[in-house]
Ligand binder design. Structure first.
Ligand code: PLP
Length: 494
């Protein structure tokens, strides 16, 4: 008897892939399962309630010698994997920046996985390359960016920003591509600038690019957590006088801690004056520019040399999908294009080959999910959802402002609120109060998060611990915001 006949359906056949019949059957089951999961995700604890190592301890150390049935595998997903998930799809996920796997986005991922194309070259999948150009053209228009901004998709904003700074360095024409930087007496200290509130990815980028942490200067901020352009000008002048070479400024629209907006027009003026590359990190807040009345959040960004926005943050596209826009794609290409014989094709410059625009060769068909999200919801539908998140954030901010024992710790221009509980004790010294409130808010956060009902995160602002509630999940409604406010008040009292 053949091996396949020995095994009931659900096991791998002796050769080749799963049978089409089994694929169809499990495919239906999995879609049903996902449907139920999304429908009932809010009944699950949003933050995984497992101890470190708990899942690992339940899984064997080695892969099975013989294939196992899909039933067994799927049962283990349910039994072991799901309890160890922190549910980013939960409508009360308010930590970090909350994200969404919207249904059309999930379908886009599924189809991309099924096609499994590698879009490294135009010919290795014209659909992937051309869909990327179309989808990024649509998004550019929705964000009201100039048509001279061409886009390229990477996995994350960290990677987009690293590529932008690499392009900025290439634009210096210092032969760094050919000669490198080490052992060169002819190179001055190359300097990048960002605010004290910029994301750590900027610092990681300078580390990765061999510019070193010394190559990054963090510019002080104003009382609303925005880069101070006068301080930037002063830093550039000082560096020039001391022989360093300023070459790039990273401005942020929507900083990670408070979502503050750096004054991009003033920063763009300085970049023009000193001939510096201006990169804008709009990873989170760039999506807000698709809302017509919020377009001004990108004021000045049309003058940037590059801008990153992450549809996987606030545009309902499953992680990962980050877009780098630049009117100077030729410089990025100059920094990275390297074509070995085995990748040379006859199309020449008539097409775009994704591999020319970065460190990676292989490219997933990421644009498909973004295209499906934009088509399904439409510009108006996407804008309406972002607008609603901002309304919910204002509502929450109002509750904080009106409550006697709570205070806002930063303006909330988008859908993220920084706040804390601040009950007073008469006659308490400032230092003791500071320590007490940090401890209290840490406890509040812990209590909310271990309740499983909601998940919030924190940051430090002006040296105090701030709670952070970031609204961004497509399934979040006013009910979830109200319940979380109630929960915060309950745990603050205990
Ligand atoms: N830039 C900003 C402003 C962010 O808030 C974040 C992450 O939250 C990043 C960059 C990094 O994003 P990614 O995880 O896509 O690298």
């Amino acid at each position: 008897m053949k091996q396949a006949e020995l095994k009931p359906t659900g096991f791998a056949p002796p050769h080749g892939d799963m049978s089409a019949e089994d694929f169809r059957r499990y495919g239906h089951e999995i879609i049903d399962w996902i449907s139920n999961y999304l429908e009932s995700v809010e009944k699950l604890p949003v933050l995984a309630q497992v101890a470190p190592g708990e899942l690992q301890a339940k899984l064997p150390d080695t892969a099975p010698e013989q294939g196992e049935s899909m039933e067994t595998i799927l049962a283990d997903v349910d039994r072991l994997v799901v309890p160890a998930l922190t549910h980013w799809n939960h409508p009360a996920f308010f930590a970090y920046f909350s994200i969404s796997a919207s249904a059309p986005g999930i379908f886009g991922e599924l189809l991309a996985a099924a096609f499994n194309v590698n879009g490294m070259l135009w010919r290795t999948s014209p659909a992937s390359t051309e869909m990327e150009e179309v989808a990024l053209g649509w998004l550019r228009e929705m964000m009201n960016l100039p048509t001279k901004f061409e886009g390229i998709i990477y996995d994350t904003a960290s990677v987009s920003t690293m590529h932008a700074i690499a392009a900025a360095r290439e634009a210096l024409n210092l032969n760094i591509r050919e000669e490198g930087m080490s052992g060169r007496a002819d190179l001055p200290l190359l300097r990048v600038y960002c605010s004290e509130q910029a994301h750590s990815s900027v610092e990681k980028a300078v580390i990765a690019l061999g510019l070193g942490q010394r190559g990054l200067r963090k510019i002080p901020i104003d009382t609303e957590f925005r880069m101070n352009p006068d301080a930037l000008a002063q830093a550039i002048d000082e560096d020039r006088q001391s022989g360093a070479l300023p070459f790039c400024v990273v401005a942020t629209v929507g900083t990670t801690s408070t979502t503050s907006i750096d004054p991009v027009p003033a920063i763009a003026d300085l970049c023009e004056r000193y001939k510096l590359w201006l990169h804008v990190d709009a990873a989170y807040a760039g999506s807000a520019a698709i809302v017509p009345e919020m377009r001004d959040v990108l004021d000045g960004c049309a003058r940037a040399d590059s801008l990153v926005t992450n549809p996987h943050k606030w545009l309902f596209t499953p992680i990962d999908l980050s877009v780098l826009y630049s009117p100077r794609m030729d410089v990025l290409r100059r920094a990275f294009s390297l074509v070995p014989e085995y990748l040379r094709t006859g199309e020449g410059d008539t097409v775009r080959n994704g591999m020319d625009y970065g460190i990676q060769l292989g490219r997933r068909f990421r644009s498909l999910k973004l295209w499906m999200v934009m088509r399904y919801f439409g510009h108006e539908g996407l804008a309406a959802r972002i607008r609603e998140h901002c309304r919910l954030a204002r509502l929450f901010a109002d509750w904080v402002e009106e409550a006697r024992d709570w205070e806002a710790l930063a303006p909330a221009p988008f859908s993220t609120i920084c706040f804390r509980a601040c009950p007073s004790i008469e006659g308490e010294a400032d230092e003791a109060r500071a320590v007490r409130l940090d401890t209290l808010n840490e406890k509040i956060m812990h209590a909310v998060n271990t309740s499983g009902e909601a998940f919030i995160s924190h940051t430090r602002l002006n040296n105090v611990l701030a709670l952070r509630l970031a609204i961004g999940n497509i399934r979040t409604t006013e009910v979830h915001i109200r319940r979380t406010w109630q929960l915060l008040n309950e745990v603050a009292k205990n």
